[in-house]
Ligand binder design. Structure first.
Ligand SMILES: *[C@@H]1O[C@H](CO)[C@@H](O)[C@H](O)[C@H]1NC(C)=O
Ligand SMILES: *[C@@H]1O[C@H](CO)[C@@H](O)[C@H](O)[C@H]1NC(C)=O
Length: 177
């Protein structure tokens, strides 16, 4: 009985220790931003809501110093997001980039939430074989699309590695060989 109580108390004090220090919030930094050109959409009113199908017609991305880092390819990219019954828009898009530095490509898969034709935010799953940009494969990236004139603006944000990037998590958990 005493042992049980002692263990119980220990567990409780451990929980108290964990709770005492609030977990640090993820910190993001702006990676690139630029115009995204989207074509006319057609819609499919299906069982889940109104699916919007629209081609990605182009665009480009620049870093925070204004240097162009990639063009958005015309052809493979498209939006297939859905407007739910309550008006919430769930973007569901694919975008292909071509990097200025080495002409290699990146595939981006986007899923998020927002208002159709106004603004939305999404998680950006990115895959690239660019030697210049391959560190992005291990980065948690979100993006923000804001509609405006003359075209919508797309901005990518990467989580800073000290606040939970995959690379630093792997390093901290690794036992030396
Ligand atoms: C980026 O795309 C926009 C929209 O198509 C275009 O006006 C602009 O000239 C492009 N910038 C560069 C550097 O190609
Ligand atoms: C989204 O991007 C726009 C610029 O395109 C910016 O003004 C706005 O503050 C951004 N919103 C968020 C939540 O990051």
């Amino acid at each position: 009985m005493y042992t049980f109580l002692a263990q119980f108390t220990t567990i409780f004090s451990l929980i108290a220790c964990v709770c005492a220090e609030p977990a640090p919030l993820p910190q993001f930094e702006t990676l690139f931003s630029g115009p995204l050109l989207i074509g006319q959409f057609n819609s499919v009113t299906g069982p889940l809501g109104v699916r919007l199908n629209a081609p990605v017609l182009g665009g480009n991305l620049s870093d925070s110093s204004g240097n162009m880092v990639a063009t958005i390819m015309t052809g493979p990219g498209a939006e297939h997001g859905i407007v739910a019954a309550d008006g919430t828009f769930f973007p569901d898009a694919r975008i292909t980039l071509q990097w200025t530095a080495d002409q290699k490509f990146a595939y981006i898969d986007a899923h998020g939430v927002g208002q159709a034709g106004v603004k939305d935010m999404f998680y950006a799953h990115l895959e690239t074989d660019s030697p210049t940009w391959n560190s992005l494969n291990a980065r948690f990236i979100i993006a923000n699309l804001t509609f405006g004139e003359p075209s919508p603006t797309l901005t990518f944000f990467g989580v800073k590695s000290e606040s939970g990037g995959v690379a630093s998590a792997v390093m901290h958990n690794q036992t030396p060989l």
